[in-house]
Design a protein around this ligand. Structure first.
Ligand SMILES: C[S@@+](CC[C@H](N)C(=O)[O-])C[C@H]1O[C@@H](n2cnc3c(N)ncnc32)[C@H](O)[C@@H]1O
Length: 202
């Protein structure tokens, strides 16, 4: 599905930093929170999103969008009446996303994934159909990973899923404590190779 009528990506003004430059600057400022110096590859994005049921998706939430590597491919697939809420703790990334992705279906929110329930309700929704995470789970402060996994299970509708990509396999422990059915795959064409999980709310 093409959605060019709803999507407009503003051009980078001459002399403004590139997405890679903004991402690198974010990593240098907050290395533990950003967790990786290289944005996700196209192969990783395609594989991670391949199990989203787009026809049944009215709201997708993304945690840790960074400079929007996943946001644009999601908006290409998203129905015209659906929404994408992207949540990041880094205000520079949020300002960059809201300035460059001009799409009525998109909003970038400065906040923590742990507050997803409140953020979703504040935007007029009872639940999310799918939630995607690029968070560096294993380096989050103690307790935050479990809080985010529990808040995600609560916000998802039955039949929805938590989509997680990470380089460290220990993220599985956070998912196991909240979700009974979890699919796993790898994407080797990424730097570094990534673990992919789809944790289903049955
Ligand atoms: C590895 S980067 C994700 C990069 C991007 N999604 C991609 O595919 O290239 C991790 C992101 O998580 C954000 N982050 C860290 N802790 C967070 C939290 N508790 N809630 C929301 N975002 C968070 C960081 O600011 C950073 O943008």
């Amino acid at each position: 599905m093409t959605t060019s009528s709803t999507t407009a990506t503003r051009r980078k003004p001459r002399g403004a930093p590139s997405p890679a430059g903004i991402f690198l600057r974010g990593f240098v400022k907050h290395p533990v929170m950003v967790g990786s110096v290289i944005p996700s590859s196209n192969k990783l994005i395609r594989k991670m999103l391949s199990r989203v049921d787009w026809a049944e998706t009215k709201l997708i939430v993304e945690y840790g969008p960074g400079v929007g590597t996943f946001c644009r491919p999601i908006l290409e697939k998203l129905a015209p009446d659906a929404k994408l809420i992207a949540i990041d703790t880094n205000a520079d990334f949020i300002d960059y996303l809201n300035a460059t992705i001009l799409d009525s279906r998109f909003v970038a929110v400065h906040g923590s994934a742990a507050d997803v329930g409140t953020i979703v309700a504040d935007h007029g929704h009872d639940h999310a159909d799918f939630v995607l995470s690029g968070l560096p789970f294993s380096t989050l402060p103690p307790g935050v990973g479990d809080m985010i996994a529990a808040a995600t299970r609560d916000v998802l509708r039955p039949g929805g899923a938590f989509l997680v990509y990470q380089f460290n396999p220990r993220v599985r422990d956070f998912l196991d404590r909240q979700f009974a059915r979890i699919d796993h795959d790898m994407e080797w064409w990424n730097v570094p190779p990534a673990q992919l999980w789809w944790a289903w709310k049955d």
